[in-house]
Design a protein around this ligand. Structure first.
Ligand code: MG
Length: 473
């Protein structure tokens, strides 16, 4: 009897140890402590990574991240240009609601007065409520005046440039040269042509920012922040200011990529991501950190060879065609994220809601949220909750995706002033025709009617925030 009892106790002990070591019993508390790293490229297109089909840009670290994690193929941003896209990511809301989209000025400029309203809740503010350390490294572009800077919007630390790397153009300010002539001139290759400030928290520490070394320095700062916060949950928003034109790479990368300077820049970003993943592995943080890589909008096609590629998608930055707003997106967290290629719909706004749920902080109930919880897809490989995607240009709704179908009610090239209104929308089946070549509106009046219903209910509770981008000068 004594013998049987002792065997039973041993067995119970063994089972307990197994359950603990396999994470069954401590799974929830581990999950509560997940860290989040969002790596956000600027103007990198759907076709610009090796793993998304680029034939000459070498991105071994992002490729491996995709193999070990989830590679999403139907992932969208909230707008086709910088400022509203970033507002969407950090608030989980369409920028038309926060006032961070405008028909008067597409983005914020160095002479803009305003920025992200204090009434908006950023993902950083959200995660701070449950004790996360937060850092924003890289390009901000949600307002450069003090009250709008990252450190006044939930981030403990900021290191980066407050707006785009092509702004404060001293050559164009002198006059005498046209905008596109500048981009053909040798002046575009001189980092001194852009009097962009580099800031730490609220102080300018370098002006003009040396853009040759900026990618490597962002990576160094990111690694330092990760190591400093090894013991507590953290949220790192690493928003690279490149490969937005003008393009600059460090000596180690310049002239190395067969794709030219654009390839050099993307390969340097990729190398930095490799260093970050290595840091996570060395510290053991890879077990409870989710890393996401995506981009703020599609390629800047008017820059020709120095702009990126949307691959098989139509058009690019500035447009509501797929090339403007569908982006590469990779989720990586070995042991947490079930690997695979995901064709479910997702948007950057979903990260707010997904991370809030994973971190155990309630999603705001006092406002309309556009984000949805992707965690069933990420953690369990289940199907996703999202059925629709809205494509706004400024504050005008141009197109809506519902399931595989996308209806365009208004179309316009990214940088073409010509706007076309379609009484019967153009309709594309994106599962069959991702390049948006074959209008099937004549065959599917029922689908168009359903999309019109989706728009009616969307507009019924749409409150447009006061325009934050229009006041300048
Ligand atoms: Mg951009």
């Amino acid at each position: 009897m004594q013998h049987i009892f002792s065997t039973g106790k041993t067995l119970l002990f063994v089972v307990l140890i197994y359950l603990i070591s396999s994470g069954v019993l401590i799974g929830q508390s581990q999950r509560d402590k997940l860290n989040f790293i969002i790596i956000f490229a600027d103007d990198l297109g759907y076709g610009d990574l090796g793993v998304y089909g680029h034939p000459t840009i070498r991105t071994p670290n992002l490729d491996r991240m995709a193999m070990e994690g989830q590679k999403w193929t139907n992932f969208y941003v909230g707008a086709s240009v910088c400022t509203p896209s970033r507002a969407a990511l950090l608030t989980g809301r369409l920028p038309v609601r926060s006032g961070m989209a405008s028909n008067h000025s597409r983005v914020l400029f160095p002479d803009s007065h305003n920025g992200i309203p204090a009434s908006e809740i950023t993902l950083a503010e959200q995660l701070k409520q449950v004790g996360y350390a937060t850092a924003c490294i890289g390009k901000w572009h949600l307002g450069h005046n003090p009250q709008y800077l990252p450190t006044n919007n939930g981030f403990d630390y900021y290191y980066g440039i407050p707006y785009s790397n092509d702004m404060d153009n001293v050559v164009l300010a002198q006059g005498g040269m046209g905008y596109m002539d500048f981009w053909k001139s040798e002046d575009r290759k001189n980092t001194e042509s852009f009097n962009v400030p580099l800031m730490r928290n609220t102080e300018i520490i370098e002006r003009p920012a040396n853009q040759h070394t900026i990618t490597g320095r962002y990576t160094d700062e990111a690694i330092r922040f990760i190591k400093e916060n090894e013991q507590e949950p953290f949220f790192l928003y690493l928003a690279h200011s490149l490969p937005h034109v003008p393009l600059f790479a460090s000596e180690k990368f310049e002239g190395k990529s067969p794709r030219g300077i654009y390839g050099d820049v993307v390969e340097e970003i990729d190398e930095g991501i490799g260093r970050i993943l290595t840091t996570l592995k060395e510290t053991g943080l890879d077990e409870n950190t989710i890393v996401i890589f995506t981009s703020d909008n599609g390629p800047w096609l008017i820059m020709n060879e120095e702009g990126g590629s949307a691959g098989l998608l139509r058009e690019g930055k500035g447009s509501t065609w797929e090339g403007g707003m569908r982006e590469p997106c990779i989720f990586w967290s070995p042991g947490n994220i079930s690997p695979g290629i995901v064709t479910e719909l997702g948007t950057t706004m979903d990260l707010f809601v997904t991370f809030s749920n994973l971190a155990g902080v309630e999603v705001p109930a006092d406002r309309v949220m556009d984000g949805m919880d992707l965690s069933p897809v990420l953690l369990e490989g289940e199907s996703g909750p999202r059925e629709t995607v809205f494509f706004y240009r400024g504050t005008d709704l141009f197109a809506v995706r519902m399931g595989d179908f996308k209806a365009h009610f208004i179309t316009q090239g990214g940088y073409n002033p010509q706007r076309e209104v379609h009484d019967t929308p153009l309709l594309y089946n994106l599962a069959i025709d991702p390049s948006e070549k074959y209008d099937v509106s004549g065959q599917h009046p029922d689908i168009i009617e359903k999309i019109r219903e989706v728009i009616r209910s969307h507009e019924a509770n749409l409150v447009r925030g006061p325009d934050q981008l229009k006041d300048r000068g």
